[in-house]
Design a protein around this ligand. Sequence first.
Ligand code: ADP
Ligand code: MG
Length: 423
Amino acid sequence: MNTAPSTLDCLSPPACIGVLGAGQLGRMLVHAAQAMGYQTVVLDPDANAPAAQVSQNALQYAYDDPKGIAHLARLAARVTTEFENVPALTLTQLSEHLLVRPGAQAVSIAQDRIAEKNMIRSCHLQTAPFHIIESAEDVLTTPPDLLPGILKTARLGYDGKGQVQVKTLEDLSLAYASMNAASPEKQNGAHLSCVLEKKLPLLAEYSVILARNELNHMVNLPIQCNQHLHGILHLSTVFKGSLPSGLEHELILAAQTIAQKLSYIGVLCVEFFVLQDPAPHGLATKWVVNEIAPRPHNSGHHSLNSCDISQFELQLRTLCGLPLTAPRQHSPCVMLNLLGDLWLEPEGAQPVEPAWADILALPGTHLHLYGKSEPRRGRKMGHLNITGSRPEDTLETLEQCLSLLGLPPVSPAFLDQHFRHDH
Ligand code: ADP
Ligand code: MG
């Protein structure tokens, strides 16, 4: 029988694993670690953050506070991060005392869209055509065929934040000026680094989530198909055979190439855009790499209920040097993100908890809430996984959930993507 080996530096329970950041990703990692008998310590500036509520030890420090770094290094046997924008220097300093996965270098590349795109291109993979804008003069040298485009800050963007859609050079100039004026980089006399990306006509968005260990062994979750609304992930589906096997193979291979390029150890997510027609954009293939995340990803939350190994267990296994066995999907699944907006209807009223009992009365619904006390518009409060024996069943339940939650039905174009093989 083929068995996956553990690595030389395998860390067994009840050792204590450390997590930088205590958001929902940290919370779900803590759950996985505790299920396997590990102790946990999380560090976050917010004492009541989602993972701080469930971890045995929770440290409240700024990410760059030397006291916090020393405290974490005393309690933890190994450290990982759930927060992408943790200062790379903090990871470097921690790695002088203990094993840190993923490493500072990979995390710092993912923190900067320019470094990220250069790294992706150095793997001979395509990105959306882009132009670097670091001053008002750079706006003037923008190639006209990048418009209409999306101006994105190079650093600290997430969930569509730090992005503005621009149609003309004038729009671009105004958007850069206002982003630059609002940026903290400006206060130090520096200009804000941005990229202008050509806005591409997308046929579909997919993500590959893989885990890699230091033996270069890699396993991945089934590929997710993702739908975003206003730049925030709305739905992810995992239906076997919903994408042509050639494309599936290409995307997994691309994600593996990136992981190897980064000598990555841990869980890595790679987001892809599949295009309606690559030719007008001077692209050689039907897909491009959008961005990477050096951690478990929102689009992989389905794995908690659809697979026999979740992305959080994979993160734990890579951190602890435990064997990596391939996750097996046992159920088709659709994941719906639950944003704070659901608590805030009608406009202006006091927040009201959605009627979860009605949702949970439907077959195959799995509610995950992150323990955030203050619902805000666009804030990720939780997610709902819907499993069923057939994709059609999960979609039928999804429609009922959307209606109960007062959300619009799924777009026909999104449904179409799952049952069509022309891309
Ligand atoms: P974030 O860091 O906020 O996830 P992304 O770059 O992934 O930023 O953008 C969020 C979403 O916006 C994408 O998933 C996609 O739906 C849309 N988007 C981003 N860039 C482009 C682009 N160049 N062309 C078309 N759509 C885009
Ligand atoms: Mg993204």
